[in-house]
Design a binder for this molecule. Sequence first.
Ligand SMILES: Cc1ncc(COP(=O)(O)O)c(C=O)c1O
Length: 398
Amino acid sequence: MTDPLMNLYNRAPIAVESGKGVWLTDTAGRRYLDCVAGIATDALGHAHPALVAALTEQAGKLWHVSNIFRIPGQEALAQRLVDASFADCVFFANTGTEAVECAIKTARRYHHVKGQPERIDIVGFAGSFHGRTYAAINASGNAGYMEGCGPRLPGFVQLSVDDAAAIEEAIARPTTAAVIVEPVQGEGGARALSGEWLLRLRALTRRHGVLLIHDEVQSGMGRTGKLFAHQWFDGAAPDIMALAKALGSGFPVGACLATAEAAKGMTPGVHGTTFGGNPLAMAVGIAAFDTIANGETLANARAASADFFDRLEDLRGRFPDVIAEVRGKGLLIGLKMIPNNREFMGIARDHGLLVAGGGENCVRLLPSLLITPAEVAEAVTRLEAACVAARGAMAQAA
Ligand SMILES: Cc1ncc(COP(=O)(O)O)c(C=O)c1O
């Protein structure tokens, strides 16, 4: 029998049926502690009552109208995002890659309307991930995403985050439009850039009239314990920012935020979407925003993060043959593994713990921002059992 689904994922062999908080139950009735959370998407866990209420109430009222009409929910969520950030305006999309697409268009259009259409280059970094559309795979710093997908598009430059001289030289070029960076690389393996690095990039881009795009699709909306990851560092705010994932806490919604100056090329007809910003997404987005940005949730994320890092460092100390490094920021946590990360994910799953993969042989823990101290302890207990099993498997293979 052929699989009716396109063969694009190496899927874990569990069929998930329901979820509540940090717990998932499969069709066989087995429960898993979920530290994947839809890859940093279900920021409020599964079936959060405020989100369920917002969605079901809106479902009985109105699902969809075109963006040729005013959509009050869009105006309300945009106002919240503007009030909480550097931005003056917002475009709503459905996904992270669309938010990135809009960010890149916004940057190029900015220079176009300023009379510098030659400024098209988007500078990105090795290890980054920005999504799967053509612009996003060209901007992403992993050649694998481009393989077999035709020639590289012109106007994309890849650098190493560690090559300060090349970064300075690229930003000074007269063809550079923007730099795109994840303040904490997600798919690359939970690599947090330092405040010093981000502030230097901010200063360089400003000096040369180049726009700065932060891709906070994974790191934004509370994931690092601040609403946006760059808010850990005063003065690091970008000109344009892409959001998605936790913005709808499981309901598809993305957003591109920009200052009024950066968005000045985004005029009627330049960009658009059928589904982006639809009333269902906006109702859930507002409920998610109000629950994430209320201080208590962010404080919980910070406390859970500190607890995790303490426990995980202790675990690394006891299993240096299994865990090489604990890294990341907030609840975007990476464990650089010594055994193969994919195999370790399977072992963790056998112990009732779901963790995500990542670059540089990492596994990532990206749980709900509402995870409780008891659930953090339980996650680390299960991780420890997985470390024991992984150590045993390595000894057997040796
Ligand atoms: C930093 C970053 N940007 C963009 C994307 C793409 O988002 P989506 O899968 O919603 O298109 C992702 C997805 O993992 C991401 O982590």
